[in-house]
Design a protein around this ligand. Structure first.
Ligand code: NAD
Ligand code: UGA
Length: 458
């Protein structure tokens, strides 16, 4: 089969895998190859059980794999034969040296740039898919131009806005596709090539273009705005608990103002995920770098409230259970950072589990998809934690349940049966406000929602 174009994606993670699967699925005329330095990950992409759990992903991968979608470890070969290269490697927070704990760690990104330069033999469009600090494209260009062959490359920014758990729908029907380019003839030509790919399934009106720097900043800004909404509502949930107001009513009343909108206003045990914290820290670091301390502090507040919310939830558990958790059996319902994913990166469950162990509680953790990652996250304290797949078995003989992830499964459990199997007085802490609080209270539980008055039998 002769393909119209060869597309390569470097980085077969939560973004590279699904986004490329969607492009291959929608554009059979292009050959799409996804490469990674991690051979185990590539082997999983080529197997029956994909390396990430994402509803709907299996179907799309199965349709396109080995037709025009390929997963491989042959990075150099992939670079050589490609026309367009998406770079979707991880850009975690730096854990050493200058900017430790704040700046983006660009080592994986830079290695990729150098490898592209080393292996390229023909002109290519390089697309930043990873989330990066503003002006990273400039650094990439400097590397790519360093051997005098710079004119071969045109760098574009095309940030990804998918959310885990809904990635396939987000990719199939994106709110917008953003493409940043240089506004030169060459830049615009490259941009139009990328527009053409997305136009295969995304309406033209949803494909927007800009200069590269605005595109890079728009990605950081979008995540910062979303996280800010959660911290805003979470900050008010603390006030609700003091004043007998109900955060669900507040968020409904606020969200019905169409200038504000009703999404991302669910109070919770705190936001998690690999990106919100890292991207805001990155924004804060950038602002400090440019001497914009007030702006940095504004955004830092979003993270501070999130840390506060996680601590507050753990402290509420301790206070409600008579100020001692030592020897008590506590069951965590959910470990993933949100429902419909097995991803646990920065999950509030990690903080909570460690905090409860510090209080010498015995922990039982259940989750339909995230137990493998949970075991990895809690490796240093694994002797003190039991992992159980079945939520009924997990709660058996426990003093308390804490709902950490909003899996639908936890809404519909038989809480009478669970209550009967638990030690009394039995407690339930709903870190997601997903169960019927009045109903479980009537069953006999002492119920502690987020941002609502507790329902207790004392
Ligand atoms: P990930 O860790 O799941 O995947 C990154 C992959 O890149 C890994 O498999 C790693 O082995 C590979 N890699 C690293 N260096 C490499 C190299 N030199 N050559 C080949 N492969 C290499 O990360 P992710 O969640 O997919 O995120 C990737 C980027 O996308 C990040 O910048 C992130 O901020 C951004 N992003 C993530 C999401 C999300 O939902 N996870 C959404 C939007 C944007
Ligand atoms: C987020 C953004 O939504 C994506 O647009 C972005 O592409 C992605 O980050 C990224 O750059 O990585 P994701 O982290 O996968 O996506 O999931 P979200 O749905 O945003 O949830 C993040 C966290 O906020 C979760 O822990 C979730 O439970 C929590 N959350 C969300 C709340 O506590 N309340 C809400 O109302 C919504």
């Amino acid at each position: 089969m002769i393909f119209e174009k060869n597309i390569l994606c470097i980085g077969a993670g939560y973004v590279g895998g699904p986004t490329m699967a969607m492009i291959a699925y929608k554009c059979p005329q292009y050959k799409v190859t996804v490469v990674d330095i991690n051979p185990a990950r590539i082997a999983e992409w080529n197997s029956v059980k994909l390396p990430i759990y994402e509803p709907g992903l299996d179907k799309i991968v199965k349709k396109a794999r080995n037709r025009n979608l390929f997963f491989s470890t042959e990075i150099a070969q992939g670079i050589k034969t490609s026309d367009i290269i998406f770079v979707s490697v991880n850009t975690p927070t730096k854990a050493f040296g200058a900017g430790n704990g704040m700046a983006a760690d660009l080592q994986y990104w830079e290695k990729t740039a150098r490898q592209i330069l080393q292996c390229s033999e023909s002109p290519k469009i390089i697309v930043e898919k990873s989330t990066l600090p503003v002006k990273t494209a400039q650094a990439m260009e400097k590397i790519l131009k360093s051997n005098g062959n710079g004119d071969q490359f045109e760098v574009l920014s095309n940030p990804e806005f998918l959310a885990e758990g809904t990635a396939i729908n987000d990719l199939m029907n994106p709110d917008r596709i953003l493409i940043g380019s240089h506004l030169t003839d060459k830049g615009v030509k490259a941009r139009d090539e990328l527009v053409k790919i997305y136009e295969s399934w995304v309406p033209k009106s949803r494909i927007i273009t800009s200069d590269i720097w605005s595109s890079e900043l728009s990605k950081l800004a979008s995540n910062a705005f979303l996280a800010q909404r959660i911290s805003s509502i979470n900050s008010l949930s603390a006030l609700c608990e003091k004043t007998d107001a109900d955060i669900t009513n507040v968020s409904q009343a606020v969200g019905m103002d169409c200038r504000i909108g009703n999404r991302f206003l669910n109070a919770s045990v705190g936001f998690g995920g690999s990106c919100f914290k890292k991207d805001i820290l990155n924004l804060v670091y950038l602002c400090r770098n440019y001497g914009l301390n007030e702006v940095a502090e504004f955004w830092e507040g979003v993270i501070r409230i999130n840390e506060y919310q996680k601590k507050r939830f753990a402290l509420n558990m301790l206070t409600a259970m008579f100020n001692t958790l030592a020897g008590k059996r506590i069951c965590l319902y959910g470990f993933a950072f949100k429902a419909d994913t097995g991803d646990t990166r920065e999950s509030p469950a990690i903080f909570l589990a460690k905090r409860l162990i510090e209080e010498k509680a015995e922990l039982i953790i259940t989750d339909p998809e995230a137990l493998k990652n949970a075991k990895e996250n809690l490796r240093e304290i694994s002797g003190e934690v039991t992992f159980v797949e079945d939520p009924y078995e997990a709660a058996n003989d426990c003093h308390a349940i804490a709902i950490v992830t909003e899996w639908n499964l936890y809404k519909d459990l038989d809480y009478e049966k669970i209550y009967r199997s638990m030690i009394k007085p039995a407690f339930i802490f709903d870190g997601r406000n997903i169960i019927d609080h009045q109903k479980v209270f009537e069953i006999g539980f002492n119920v502690y929602p987020i941002g609502k008055p507790a329902l207790t039998h004392f």
